[in-house]
Ligand binder design. Structure first.
Ligand SMILES: [Zn+2]
Ligand SMILES: [Zn+2]
Length: 131
């Protein structure tokens, strides 16, 4: 493989092209490309997208088994919420539960039908959520 070909493989993998497509483009066997990608850990490009901070765009260090974080720091989290307060995500809708008829408040979701998961289950599978 030439350096140029290797570069092309790297670029195409980053853009999410399949091995087959790269093989076709470079007229190299698919296996050669697979082996090359495995050796250079290029597989990880398409799988592990590095999460970035929603506020400042910096990559976030995610500890294994940790829930995916959206911000690099508490400061950024606070800044983001401050900037986004009052957006439609925070709109409170006053709705009536389709199962028990009680009014309830749904934050950010106008399409909610039930006041609780219990009511949802009750409406779907029968029964009365008020017990
Ligand atoms: Zn940040
Ligand atoms: Zn209900």
């Amino acid at each position: 493989m030439t350096t140029e070909q290797k570069d092309t493989i790297t670029e195409m993998r980053k853009q999410g092209y399949t091995y087959a497509k790269i093989a076709e483009t470079l007229a190299i066997s698919e296996n050669t490309i697979k082996t090359y990608c495995r050796r250079t850990r290029l597989n990880e490009y398409t799988v592990a997208t590095v999460p970035v901070c929603k506020q400042c765009g910096k990559p976030i260090e995610v500890k294994a088994k940790h829930r995916e974080k959206q911000f690099c720091s508490d400061l950024c989290r606070a800044a983001w919420w401050y900037a986004n307060r009052g957006s439609k995500h925070r709109t409170e809708y006053r709705l009536i539960c389709a199962n028990c008829g009680q009014p309830f408040v749904s934050v950010g979701n106008k399409a909610r039908k039930y006041c609780s998961h219990q009511c949802y289950i009750a409406a779907r599978f029968g029964g009365d959520c008020r017990g």
